[in-house]
Design a protein around this ligand. Structure first.
Ligand code: GN1
Ligand code: MG
Length: 338
């Protein structure tokens, strides 16, 4: 890694791993030239790192021109002016570090409203960016049909013992298949517009900081999955990760509850920048967004558990099953909100 870091114009004084995110490896780098975030891109997941690099640079250039004060994680070029490094089969890049902290759960509705405003501002700031310029970094990433199909395949071809012991979870997910039909109807409708969509608005992907002693969300991070998409992806993953006092890792399902005040704050925060952009048809699917993403995440976690954790990995035996059960409970309590 030190060899790669020498490609940048830096005098490195400290390297510290940041344990956040399930996919890439991330480090905080202190140098005489300032603080940076350095990442190795997981190219087993992201098969075309160049597409990510193109997308982030395209947005970065747009923002620099149209909205120079918008706080953005611009990529840092190497001495040879490259923002993506290919090194012995691996892919690396660096960002300017933005002062702030990420949270994995939110304590109050002020934080929820703040986070929702930042994610909606992201789409709003980029509303005149030509969305067709974005390449698909993960084709079909939030295609619920495909996720259901992958789940069905895992029930047929996955680990037999794990299939046997998860019959209850499998039945629950099959019983909720109508959420896939709603998705189909939604994306088919002409009023469901494609916009610049983050596709990973889990709460740890927004930075907070104290401004004059008041906590505010200041910036959206982790732009690898920024692609053309639908608002239900971004609102949905916020619903999934902002409304509950515990994270997807929580084993004690009694702690998985959703807070109606947080839900109101999320809606108000998101609509602050996006209300005039969304059609009535889209607005009618605001609540569905949460069902869509919680259900998809439950499908993805169980699929991975049945496939012996090949995608997310597992720090302990059964971690992806715990996550599945957590998301199933979350869907149940979320459904009771209305
Ligand atoms: C992954 O890497 P990270 O933690 O930002 C995943 C998301 C899931 C999330 C669940 C590329 O996100 O889709 O919602 O884990 N990203 C990818 O925690 O699969
Ligand atoms: Mg991510």
């Amino acid at each position: 890694m030190e060899e790669i870091l020498r490609l940048y114009d830096w005098n490195v004084t400290n390297i510290k791993p940041i344990h956040q995110g399930l996919i890439n490896s991330t480090y905080s780098i202190t140098t005489a030239q300032g603080d940076f975030i350095f990442q190795s891109i997981n190219h087993h997941v992201f098969k075309t790192p160049k597409a990510i690099d193109n997308n982030i640079n395209a947005i970065s250039n747009f923002v620099k021109k149209q909205d120079p004060h918008y706080l953005f994680t611009h990529l840092v070029p190497t001495k040879e002016d490259k923002t993506l490094i290919e090194w012995e089969g691996g892919y690396y890049r660096a960002f300017h570090k933005i002062d702030g902290y990420a949270l994995s759960v939110l304590e109050n509705e002020n934080q929820v409203g703040e986070a929702a405003m930042q994610f909606s501002k992201f789409t709003q700031v980029l509303k005149s960016f030509k969305v067709d310029l974005l390449q698909d970094t993960l084709p079909q990433f939030h295609n619920l049909n495909l996720r259901y199909q992958q789940f069905t395949e895992a029930i047929e071809k996955g680990d037999t013992q794990r299939i046997e012991s998860t019959q209850e979870e499998i039945s629950f997910l099959k019983d909720h298949k109508k959420l896939v039909a709603t998705y189909d109807q939604f994306i088919k409708n002409k009023e469901a517009k494609k916009r610049v969509t983050h596709h990973d608005t889990k709460i740890s992907n927004v930075l907070f900081n104290k401004i004059n002693g008041v906590e505010a969300a200041i910036c959206v991070i982790d732009l690898d999955t920024v692609m053309a998409g639908h608002f239900i992806s971004d609102v949905g993953d916020m619903c999934r990760t902002c409304l509950c006092a515990v994270s997807e890792e929580e084993k004690d399902l009694n702690k998985v509850k959703v807070d109606a005040k947080k839900w109101d704050a999320l809606k108000k925060g998101y609509l602050h920048h996006m209300e005039s952009e969304l059609s009535n048809f889209e607005l009618d699917h605001f609540f569905y967004s949460g069902q869509f993403m919680i259900y998809m995440q439950a499908l993805r976690f169980l699929t991975d558990h049945l496939n012996r954790d090949i995608y997310y990995g597992a720090k302990y035996e059964g971690q992806n099953l715990v996550r599945t059960q957590n998301q199933i409970r979350l869907l149940e309590v979320y459904n009771k909100l209305t």
